[in-house]
Design a protein around this ligand. Structure first.
Ligand code: PLP
Length: 417
């Protein structure tokens, strides 16, 4: 048996595969494994209760079985598309209609469609790339293209902002958008760092994308208005040249696999055609369950009053504990501005973050070594091997125990105090 080149490319052991394997191993390992590695959102009891009540109601009214018994169209459930268009138009005055929105089976699928729509081999033979203007970036983007060598990433400027924190900024001086770039993509808030690029940075990226006649993807999986795991005031932005990707996952429904793409009509039509071929139609359960909350706009209050405070408190707790237990020189945390991770930087770390990952795994703590989060960066940047990502949103018990083990290991490596 031999695989095609597609088969060989998509069966290689990618960073995301390792992450999913670890998650599975962690789950099989039961309570002994402290899962600070994966991207699973927290199970927030109030949110789970709200969804459980709604599911029961939809079940009793027959709407649930109705949704399960029918295919939606390839663009996704009409009622949900209309409700989303109204929500975004009312909130931000974007003047969009359902023709500007497509659903996918999780936003991960949307990135696969979008990267391959705009990058890779073109009809004229040219090879176009996806540019990440601010590395580190989301591990799930890596490998999500049919062609090889599709990503290019720009190193950030690193700003020390005091109190043991730092912040990455887009290095516009070295951002070279050459004519082989087909798409710019940035997550806001960023997985893995918790960075939120500023309004000013977004405006500049938008202008650069327009000047070059290429789209700008803003991956809003953690952003505003839902799930709103964002601790900075930001202005949501969309126009004909921006492709805004959202998801129901981090609101608490990762199993629903519902991604939402807002873009110009041509891009949405292309996504719809792709969806028809690859998936027939996106799943209908997420849209059915979320529909009433979008229609009555209560999804906004859920996000603002329950989801955001939950994560913000957990982030503050973890930062405080890390800073009180790890005193080694060169330890800094990226300012937690959103998303569900903390990005820890051990400047001058005597071992690689991969080795640190292995040592922590042996002690039952799963984190992710930093170097996976630099897809498209051409150089092997030492900084990438000095950072780790940890999910701060798991149970307080797990986060506390996990941080204690990380601190002990780090202090031992540095022979501190
Ligand atoms: N974008 C970012 C930045 C993420 O962290 C994730 C998941 O962790 C996704 C997109 C994909 O989410 P989903 O496919 O569940 O919508």
């Amino acid at each position: 048996m031999s695989f095609s080149s597609f088969g060989n490319k998509f069966t290689q052991h990618s960073g995301i595969t390792q992450l999913m394997d670890d998650l599975n191993d962690g789950i099989r390992g039961g309570d002994d494994v402290l899962m600070l590695g994966g991207g699973n959102p927290a199970a927030i009891p109030e949110i789970q209760q709200i969804f459980q009540d709604k599911l029961q109601q939809l079940n009793e009214s027959g709407e649930l079985i109705n949704a399960l018994s029918n295919y939606d169209g390839p663009q996704g459930k009409d009622t949900f598309l209309n409700a989303l268009a109204t929500l975004f138009s009312d909130l931000y005055g974007w003047g969009i209609s359902s023709k500007n929105i497509a659903l996918t089976n999780g936003s991960q699928t949307a990135f696969f469609y979008l990267f391959n729509l705009f990058a890779g081999k073109q009809q004229n033979g040219q090879h176009k790339k996806v540019m990440f203007p601010l590395a580190p970036e989301y591990i799930g983007y890596a490998d999500a293209t049919l062609d090889e060598n599709v990503f290019i990433a720009n190193k950030p400027n690193i700003e020390d902002i005091g109190e043991g924190l730092f912040k990455y900024r887009v290095d516009f001086e070295n951002l070279n958008v050459t004519d082989d770039i087909g798409l710019i993509c940035v997550s806001r808030p960023t997985n893995p760092t918790g960075n939120v690029i500023t309004d000013n940075e977004v405006i500049k990226l938008d202008a650069i994308a327009k000047q070059n006649g290429i789209p700008l993807i803003i991956d809003n999986a953690y952003g505003t208005p839902f799930p709103n795991i964002i601790f900075e005031d930001v202005t949501p932005i969309w126009n004909d040249n921006i492709i805004l990707c959202l998801s129901l996952s981090k609101l608490g429904l990762p199993g629903a696999r519902c991604g939402i793409v807002i873009a110009n009509e041509k891009t949405i039509q292309a996504m719809t055609n792709l969806s028809g071929i690859i998936a027939l139609s996106p799943g209908s359960i997420g849209p059915e369950l979320a529909l009433p909350f979008v229609q009555d706009k209560s999804i906004l209050a859920m996000s603002k009053d329950i989801v955001r405070p939950f994560y913000q408190q957990r982030a503050q707790y973890a930062v405080h504990l890390l800073q009180s237990l790890i005193k080694v020189p060169g330890f800094k945390i990226h300012k937690p501005e959103g998303a569900i991770f903390l990005w820890l930087w051990f400047e001058g770390l005597p071992i690689s973050s991969q080795e640190l990952y292995q040592r922590l795994k042996q002690q039952g703590v799963l984190i992710v070594p930093g170097h996976y989060f630099f897809p498209g960066l051409e150089e092997d940047w030492p900084h990438a091997h000095e950072c780790i990502r940890m999910n701060y949103s798991q149970s307080q018990r797990d986060v506390t125990k996990g941080i204690e083990i990380i601190a002990k290991e780090i202090n031992a490596i540095y022979k501190y105090p």
